[in-house]
Design a protein around this ligand. Sequence first.
Ligand code: OTU
Length: 627
Amino acid sequence: MTTLTTVDADRAAALSAADASGRVDEAFLGRFDEQFPRLHGLFTRLYGERPDGQEQLAQIVTLASASWNARPLDLRVRGSRHAEDPDWFQSERMLGGVCYVDRYAGNLAGIREQIPYFRELGLSYLHLMPLFDAPEGPNDGGYAVSSYRRVNPSLGSMAQLADLAAELRLAGISLVLDFIFNHTSDEHEWARKAYAGDPEFEDFYLIFPDRTMPDAYEETTREIFPEDHPGSFVQLEDGRWVWATFHSYQWDLNYANPAVFRAMAGEMLFLANQGVEVLRMDAVAFIWKRLGTPCESLPEAHLLLQAFNALLAMAAPGTLFKSEAIVHPDEVLTYVSPGECQLSYNPLQMALTWEALATRDARLLQQALERRHDLPPHTAWVNYVRSHDDIGWTFADEDAAELGIDGYAHRRFLNDFYVGRHEGTFARGVPFQENPRTGDARVAGTTASLAGVEAGDPGGEDRVVLAHAIALSTGGIPLLYLGDEVAQLNDYTYTDDPDRRSDSRWVHRGNRPRDRYAERLTADTAAGRVHRRLTKLISARAGAAEFAGNALVGFRTPDPAVLGYQRPGEGTVVLVLANVGDEQSLIDPLTLSGFDRMAHDLVLGVDVDLDEGLALPPHGFVWLRVR
Ligand code: OTU
């Protein structure tokens, strides 16, 4: 066994190992030379103390080389096109959609049949929720993976998935899948072997004989799914304790062991070779643990992501990472860079959109857009209104304090408001992971139910459209939670299902609502009205180059209910004004006097005279091309 030494010596060792196990392709070699020094540096920081550091790194490079050799030609071509154009995903035509395979279409064959609809909608990115082999019964909607190389047989096969990915590519749609790399299910082969005492695999997880270490760690860790179990550990049948941040059947991997990194790198490269173009990096904040810390977003979490990124750049160039960090906005940002995750969910904008709708006050969202929207070059936000998860109120308390808002009290208000406990609320949400000890909670529910459609609030449909008008116009990749475009309502039948009853997120994970989709072209239904208005927005956006990229400049009006920003283009600007209030808002000509008199309304397709001021109806908005 050899520890890591110098870049040159370790490079030579890695190459000779790769060479001994198969041909090292010239194209691979070029990228290897580019990436190896970076990978080596990261590996030294992560695993410099390990006696087997050099062998582990050599094995990883061997894996990467073999993976490149196995990479289908069309993926090589498409990948290199993307790698050469690092802003390809910044286009105003990029639009994402996300759905569950089983709930939306039954199985992979059903998803294939939906491709014409995805095209009709204008999708260029499709995130299929976890579709891997998982335990029967509770499996966290697939986030407990038993094999990364097997599709859940009830949905189809891996070969079918690769074919689907190819068909999607032909339709101009990139396949996005989760890389659930913080944990596996307790039924994964590695977990079974670890439980059985196989020495190679015991070190794949964090298993302790008694409560000593768990107690010590739990001094500083946060409870993530307190309704499932308190703390970060669960007890095994044999009395030992295993780290499980999420559900008891999701065991956290031990990345302090380089063999775990190597094994997961193998799974990642395998998925990239099936045609997955974006990997959604699940739960990134939790992947590294150190005693005496919160065990969230530690520096090593970033080093690991960067090391995975370097490997992808060698073996599957052009493949992207999307970070899923639903944490403090300062922390969210630390994951976003070309060398780490090029894409990231924007949970702050999402949460504050809902905050603004509840308070009828846009100031906190305005402040976030002005202060926290910027990103490094060649990276983008994924902006969304709803996802398959709960809404957590992840704004920065220090930002709120500047506006005289107390973070703790405000979160309480928002939770009460959205779960229908606040008098006069329009929302019909359900609490998720209420923690009586800390008073913490999150909110579940579909967009339409949270926005007031279910309650029959007159502003309900307008709010659905308004929330999307924001997500579609702030930049990056807007992501539709499929079903929202036909105002899908909550589905309460999850409470009848013993496997789902205890996870209220199922309330917004109903089956594809056939009736609403059938009504989508009928004007006098909620589904039809919302669908018509949203598809109009989508096409207006696709025709306005100003919406590409991420540049955004705030635009303040005297009305705190009005959110305002400008999206600069070449010679023109799109001015977005959105009224989150229940009253009409009049924007006087003086406020608009910095622009030329004549503007163009991109949604209605008409010219507007700014000298007459603007009247924004309750929950109304405009996208104006101005000069
Ligand atoms: C993610 O979410 C997934 O999106 C969830 O669907 C999974 O249940 C979970 O991981 C486990 O795989 O807590 O409520 O702060 O960043 O990782 C959602 C935690 C979650 C989040 C996030 C997690």
